[in-house]
Design a protein around this ligand. Structure first.
Ligand SMILES: [Zn+2]
Length: 144
């Protein structure tokens, strides 16, 4: 079920433009690039349920397995494509309530003050623009 005022539901339904498009879809989830542009971290991906779900406790064990496998697969691809030594996984849901899981390839040169959850406030001098993100998403799709 979708919520027409929810940004993630609107991206999933194709009602609003999604930079980089859907990178991967499974039965219950889809993966896309973080949409804040310019992007602080190229490769910052988000996995979200296709349905307007707000809490992890709504998932069945089968759906949780699907999510975990999806996160593992995307993490392996991020490790390979960005050569990061660590991919952060995070769930907050404070700005957007529709459940979504961040997968963030931590840049090796990330400043100390942006480590951990502080990466959410990280604003490098030069972020990645729309073309760069679209190119990155195409590249990740080729690795699937
Ligand atoms: Zn939604």
């Amino acid at each position: 079920m979708m919520n027409h005022t929810c940004v993630i539901c609107r991206w999933e339904a194709g009602l609003d433009p999604l930079t980089g498009g859907k990178i991967l879809e499974t039965e219950n989830f889809f993966v896309f690039h973080h949409q804040n542009l310019p992007a602080s971290v190229p490769g910052w991906l988000i996995a979200a349920p296709k349905a307007h779900i707000l809490r992890q406790t709504e998932f069945t064990p089968e759906i949780l397995r699907e999510l975990y496998e999806l996160q593992q697969k995307m993490t392996a691809i991020l490790e390979k494509t960005t050569r990061t030594g660590r991919v952060y996984w995070a769930v907050f849901g404070e700005e957007v309530k529709h459940l979504h899981f961040h997968m963030i390839p931590r840049p090796e040169d990330l400043p100390q003050e942006a480590l951990g959850w502080r990466i959410f406030g990280y604003k490098p001098e030069r972020g990645a623009g729309k073309l760069e993100i679209e190119g990155f998403c195409d590249f990740i799709r080729e690795q699937l």
